[in-house]
Structures are given as structure tokens and as C-alpha cells.
Design a protein around this ligand. Sequence first.
Ligand code: HEM
Length: 543
Amino acid sequence: MDYIAPLLENLRTVQAKDVSASVLITSGLWLVWKILTVGRREKGLPPGPPTVPFLGNVHKFPAKHVAMKFTEWAKQYGAIYSLKISHSTAIVVSDMTVVKELMDMRAADTANRSTVHIGEVVTDGFHMALSPYGSDVWRISKKALQSFLAPQAITSYRPIAYGESTQMLYDVLHSPKDFYTHIQRATFSFTTSVVFGWRCPSYESQELSMFFESVRLWMKLASSETPPIDLFPILKYVPERWASWKTVVKRTRELQHEIYFRMLGQAEHRLSEGESKGNDCFIERCIQNQASLGMSREFIAHLGGVCLEAGSETTSALVLSVLLCLVAYPEEQRKCQEEIDRVIGSSRSPVVTDYASLPYVQAFVREVHRFRPVAPLGMPHATMKDMEYRGYYIPKGATIFLNLWGVYHNPDSFDRPEEFLPERYLLSEHGTKPGANGDDFRNSLPFGSGKRLCPGMHLANTAAQLHIMNLLWGFKFDPAVDPKTGKSLPVNINIDAYNSGVTLVPVPFDCTITSRGRDREDIIEKQFIEVSETFVKFEQHLK
Ligand code: HEM
């Protein structure tokens, strides 16, 4: 029986080897299976384009103007479809009834935001628009902004809106070629004035340059140039020498701190000199109510910064887009000006309240919102819990895109959606075609949905409407002229005439601007001297 012991021993070794080999093979197979199933659309999700292992649908995302691709997919997969972005899920909504049912009526379930690691690092977690729904930062910011941005409060900012718009007219009159930066300055300065009580009379001001640089860097961080850190959090730990985005994060943070704390410091200084030195801007009110609001100094500075970021480029994008459409559609421009001349005349410039009496101008602006929405994909929401909708399963944490471009370019809702036709807004309340159900539409749609609806909507409308009326009243806009041939150059209104990013901003363009008469020029000159009184309170830092 001596041979049995070695035989058993041998058998055990073989078995042990077999077991470890099979464990290895099983784990290997499991890993391969896991990798292959990452990116696969789970059962029950809304339909969507075919996926590939690991990437899901990401490989089909274009580098520019993602909203166009999302709209193309909506034609194929319907009003609500899903995308796989590696292991995460996105839901794209391209129909107004779905927006209403899923994002407005079930607002509390769809009001979250996905984590944005870079945003947290840059703003120390104080960014309202990036904060989770119901978090302290979101709740306190919302409360602080409520009274500042309420429609009744906006009327008290009319003098400064009037002042900035007057300077814009004056600047365009004296250097029409630089109209683009004049508009950017005016919207920025209006926002800094009402938010921080700090005016920027010149485009060359240091704060304005720093701000635009910080926005440029933000956009870079939000673009495909930056690795997907939120999808693969392990990337956070890559050392800076191999992760150039970390250097960009530091620079953005530095710039934001420099601008926002400088402006906050000035507001604190004004208040320290006595109530009479204050200008009742938003930040002063936050400082005065700091304890009851429960805000730190950092929080206040960043909330002011969020308003500048969310409010200044968006408003100028809208005004510039209106201007581009005025150049591209001369007949519609003529109709706007005919209405302005009939209602306002040439003996005074427009005021905010005139807008209500200008139905054609309103229709023109609403058509611009539809034709080239400032935020073509809104700002992505995220679900707060697992949800069921129209028989589909939508998991907790899924990103939801409100595809505004798709909603506004849907041929089921709009007649000839690719054409610029302001008249559609005179024929039906929401510009929808005969027979289409327009009841689910609402005027605030360009500003998002549900609990996250843009709180700055009324402020933006006040400034944009005044600038647009003033530009139409003061000037005529024609295509640029080729200096060699003397002929008008074609106007590009296609999507490639716009920057691709979170906001749709016309790329700088040329046009010919002429004054609409000596009497109007005189009014602009006179008014510009008069508004200097309004500016004094907002220019204390310039002394
Ligand atoms: C034409 C100008 C503007 C447009 C088109 C616009 C559009 C938007 C959109 C689409 C959103 C995302 C809404 C959503 O998540 O559903 C948003 C959010 C926001 N906007 Fe605006 N906006 C404009 C001007 C302003 C102004 C002037 C301010 C403030 C001074 C402002 C402050 C904000 C803030 C703080 C948020 C984040 C809200 C949250 O996350 O709860 N916006 N805006």
C-alpha cells in the first residue's frame, strides 16, 4: 500500500493546480464579460442607438454641436431615448409633452445634478448650478437669490440697465466695428453692477479680461479636451505632470478667486464706510444677512461668481444672436423697425416697458430663442431615484438632457422648423403649427425646467429686451461689404456661425452698422451724459 500515499499526494497537487487554474480562468472570463457588458444598454431602458463594449455610445458623439446629433437620434429613436456613456446612462428628451411630464410635473425626482469633480475643486463646492438638489449650497443659494431675482425686485435695476444700454448705444455710435465687444461689455457690466455693485465702463478693464479668461478655461475643462474624470474617478489621482487639466483647474480657481474676492472686498469696504455708501447690490444684501442665511465669505463670493458666469455670456449670446438674425433677415428687420418707429418714434429712446407694446419685436426674439437656443441642451439634470415612465425604467443617477434644439426643431410641432419665421409667433401663442398641440409649451422653456429653472430669467429678459429695442431704434444693420468688390458679403447663419459649447454664442462676425438719423444720435449723446449720475454709485472702486 506504500504507493497509495504518493499517488494521493500527486492527485492533490494536480487538483490544487486545476482549482487555481479554473479560478484564474473563471475570473478572467468574468473580467472579460464585465468589460464587454460595460456600455451595454440594460433591459427596460428607453431604446437608443446600438452600443459597443465599454464605450456604449460615446464613440458616436461628435466633437462639436452635440445637440444636432441628439436631434438626429430623436428622429430615429423617439421623444425619449437612452444613451450609454460607458457604464453610466443618459436619457434624452426631445419632445415638449415629455419635458412637461418628466421634468416639470415630476420635478422633484429629476432635479439633481451629476457630480462634477472639477467644479467642486475650482469653486470649493460652492457652485449652486452644480450642487445636488436639496443640498445646503443649493438651498441657501436659492433662498438668497429669491428676493434679488423676483420680478418685482427687477424693476429697481431698470436705471442701471438703462444706463448700460445707453453706454452700449454710445459705444456703437462711436465705434460700430466693435459692436460685438460693446454688447459683451454692457451685459457683463449690468450683471456685475446688480450683483457686486461694481461697474465695468471699459472692455479693456482688468476684471473683464480676467473673467473672460476664466470662462474660456471653464469651457476647456468642460470640453472633450479634458479626460472624463467623473466617469473614471481614478483619474483624479494621476499626478499633475501627466494631467495638464490639473494646471488649468488651478489657473481657473486663481482667476475666479481674484475677481470675485476683489469685488466682494469692495462691497465690504462700501458697507464699512456707512449705509449711504452702499448701492443695494445682491452681495451687499448677502453680507448684511450673512448670519441668518448661514453663508461663509467664500460662499457669498462664489454665489456672486455663479451669477456672473450664468448671466453675462448667456445674455450677450442672445443679443448677438438677435443681431446676426437682423443682418441675415432684412425684411424682418424692417418690420421690427417699422413697429419701433410707430410705437416709440424718434424723439426718445426705448424704455423697458415699451417691450409689451411691440408684438412683432417679441415674435422676432422668440423666434431667435427657438431657431438658435442659447442653451441647446439646457444644463443636464439627474434623477433622484429609480423611476418608471411610459413603461421604461430610468435608474437613479441617470443624466437627463433636455434637448431644447430637438424640441424647437421638431417638425411635428413647428412648420418648416429650419426656417426663420417670426410670424409663427403671431399666428399661435407658442409658434406651433396648426393642428399641433402647443398647450405643453411655455415661454420660459429657453431657461430650462422644473426645480432648476433659471432663477435669472427675469433679469436676463430685462437687460436683453432693452438692448435689443435700443439697437433696433438707433441703428440699421446690413451685411458686411467686401472692400475689393464693394458688394455685400453673404451672411452665415448656419450652425457653424456659432461656437460649440454649453452656450450657443455667435462667433465674432462683421456687419455694416449705420445710424438711423441725426435726431437719434443727439439723443444718445445727451442721454449718455445724463446716465453718468446713475453710474456714480457703481464706480466707487475706480476712484
Ligand atoms: C439669456 C440669458 C439666460 C439663459 C438663456 C439662461 C439659461 C439657463 C438654463 C437653460 C439653465 C439650466 C436650467 C435647468 O437646469 O433646467 C440656467 C440655470 C441657471 N441660471 Fe440662467 N440663463 C440666463 C441668464 C441668467 C442670469 C442673468 C442669471 C443670474 C444673474 C442666471 C442664473 C442661473 C443660475 C444660478 C442657474 C442654476 C440654477 C440651478 O441649478 O438651480 N441665468 N440658466
